[in-house]
Design a protein around this ligand. Structure first.
Ligand SMILES: O=c1nc[nH]c2c1ncn2[C@H]1C[C@H](O)[C@@H](COP(=O)(O)OP(=O)(O)OP(=O)(O)O)O1
Ligand SMILES: [Mg+2]
Length: 197
């Protein structure tokens, strides 16, 4: 099977990418397989900067084409927080604690003010090519409680009005069709077949 290397150590994210790539005959390979001890510090202040950092670091190490994803949740009532710091919002990469913190900060926010979006910057880097980035978003509403067990991160508290479901109630395929990650990948689609051949 053809392979696509993703510079991630997030198993939920890797599953999202599998739903997006497997139908096209690509196996998803992550840092767990190719560089389990590599720690990439996310020092950027934008999603794009961090995606480029992750993609270029792993591409340089492996000498092959790598895709990286830096993503997060931007909540309007919290001035775009947690944003680039989504993974570290409540401390150290704890999805459960991050959701508790969002729900607490949104406690007194009225329905119409609960708008938010997931954002995803993808970077693709490799030998003898200029690093490219694309950006995708997915609009939704911060719910008052968690619902659903699929997905990862903030999916249980993110309500998707168009589908009348929380993101964590969607299958991988359903999520990919409307997600920030899916929307970003679709912007790369034309180049991907050429780059990953
Ligand atoms: O579809 C999503 N559904 C729910 N939550 C999501 C999603 N997409 C990003 N998020 C949240 C999870 C994490 O709190 C942060 C990503 O942080 P981000 O640094 O990009 O990923 P990460 O550190 O988990 O893994 P890695 O850097 O190894 O790819 O935004
Ligand atoms: Mg990260």
């Amino acid at each position: 099977m053809k392979q696509v290397v993703i510079a991630t150590k997030n198993k939920g994210k890797a599953k999202d990418f599998e739903a997006l790539f497997n139908p096209f005959g690509y196996e998803v390979v992550t840092m767990f397989e190719v560089a389990p001890d590599l720690e990439i510090e996310e020092t950027g202040t934008t999603f794009e900067e961090n995606a480029i950092l992750k993609a270029e670091t792993l591409a340089n190490l492996l000498g092959k084409i790598v895709i990286a994803d830096d993503s997060g949740l931007a909540i309007d009532a919290l001035n775009g927080e947690p944003g680039v710091y989504s993974a570290r919002y409540a401390g150290d990469h704890d999805d459960e604690a991050n959701m508790v913190k969002v729900l607490a900060n949104m406690k007194n926010v009225q329905e119409e003010e609960r708008t938010a979006r997931f954002c995803c910057a993808l970077a693709i880097a490799g030998p003898n090519m200029e690093t490219k980035t694309v950006f995708g978003t997915c609009e939704g509403i911060i719910a008052h409680e968690k619902k659903g067990t699929n997905g990862f991160g903030y999916d249980p508290i993110f309500y998707v009005p168009a589908l009348e479901k929380h993101m964590a109630e969607l299958s991988g395929e359903e999520k990919g069709a409307i997600s920030h990650r899916g929307n970003a990948i679709r912007k790369l689609a034309l180049q991907l077949a050429e780059l990953l051949k």
